[in-house]
Design a protein around this ligand. Sequence first.
Ligand SMILES: Cc1cc2nc3c(=O)[nH]c(=O)nc-3n(C[C@H](O)[C@H](O)[C@H](O)COP(=O)(O)O)c2cc1C
Length: 506
Amino acid sequence: MMAAARLSFSDITALAPMVRVGTLPMRLLALDYGADVVYCEELIDIKMVQCQRVVNEVLETVDFVAPDDRVMFRTCKREKDRVVFQMGTADPDRALAVARLVEKDVAAIDVNMGCPKEYSTKGGMGAALLSDPDKIEAILKKLVTGVSKPVTCKIRILPSLEETISLVQRIEKTGVTAIAVHGRFKEERPRHPVHCDYIQAVAQAISIPVIANGGSLDLVKTNSDIEEFRKATGTSSVMLARAAMWNASVFTRQGPLPVEKVMEEYLKYAIRYDNNAFNTKYCLCQMLRDKVESPLGKQVQAAQTNADISEAYGLQDFYQQTLEQLQTRRGALQSSSQPDRPIMDGDVTTMAVKFERREYPPQITPKMFLLEWSRKEKLEQPQYETVQRSQDRAFQSTVTVAEKKYRSSLWEKSKKFAEQAAAIVCLRILGIPEGRIGEEDSGLVCKRKREGRMNGTTEEDVSKKRHVADILHSTETSEPTVVANGDGHKPTTPEKPPESPEQLTL
Ligand SMILES: Cc1cc2nc3c(=O)[nH]c(=O)nc-3n(C[C@H](O)[C@H](O)[C@H](O)COP(=O)(O)O)c2cc1C
């Protein structure tokens, strides 16, 4: 197979990294409108290293999911060759661990060295790195040698031109592919004019591509202004933050399109990719700008779910259809998934199993079998934990046995059935009979029959049952591919309010 071409940073127009704004819907929208490269929001290394990479087959995304089930970073095939993963870090080893985690799902890795906010600088990240060039060098060198994708960084300018040039020359030597330069000093606010002369001097001093940034407020208002900004900074590449946040159609030559149209397209992506509702709201409010207090703005602000937001924009039908399509896909995935194949969902072993009452003799259930077996093995009683989802009131149960968790990926109509399904999963994984009619070695059924006949107990034949240690060992070592089905993971971005029930159910 041919390796994909490395992402080039010359002659590009990019969507800049923006916390909260640069999530998947905005990145896809920017690509639609003509951005060549899209940066994700800055994600902090400490949070990212704890994430698990999960393939979400329903949404057709790759999710990086935190231990608390939050989706820290969601990406998809469409942007794979265009998305730059930006991280906040002050630690070379952690930076490398994060880069390796996301490497195969993104086009490049970027380190944020320009954020002046306290939450970033107090950990030695962001703009704090600018005064620690040794640390910059250590981080970038580690990344350049440690990953196969291009590595870039985004800086602000230093108090003097000489210092700025000496820093970028040192950065160039680490082997990075490009440097984005936000033409403002650390202390300057976004309202201050951008220093195009600094960016120009940097572009002349190094030979790797320089991406000019900082022109949104005073210079870049329309697509043709991008060209002017390129000329003013002497760079071939430009990166836009606020201009794109306000109206992403700034990337299109035909633009700008009316912001109402842009908001609608944005919302469609947010629905399609089950974006966190509070994140969706936040982005729409940025686009509404001075209209945030209009009747539409107030409706958006009051919304709690993506369904509410869709209503505000008259997109209820789109919302409903998309939801149905996703449900259908989930159903198809569940029925096509081989029921015997266990799939890890976080730390839970799952199988697509349904409890069919008619398959078991009266008064015999898998739960009874599991209890009986646990007692025999001197294990704690199985613990069941059941959740109910709001959209159809269906139940799903997780059973814990010997500190391992088991669950059916299929939802049941009652709590009792959900528990039975979870018990079946556990029994099947451990290779223990479950009491089904016609099942070989159905110990409990035999026992009950014997009890009926002899009014006494006989030792069950346990020879076919594997010892718990063997069984648990075998499930650990034959760790299956991690595949999620879209249930339960709450898409979100850092520092956001809690998710709506909607996200829990999709
Ligand atoms: C809402 C918002 C969030 C931002 N988040 C980040 C970030 O995560 N990482 C980063 O390097 N810069 C971040 N920035 C700074 C921008 O990337 C950019 O450098 C700055 O806004 C100047 O560019 P502009 O004039 O095109 O807006 C953010 C800016 C805004 C407005």
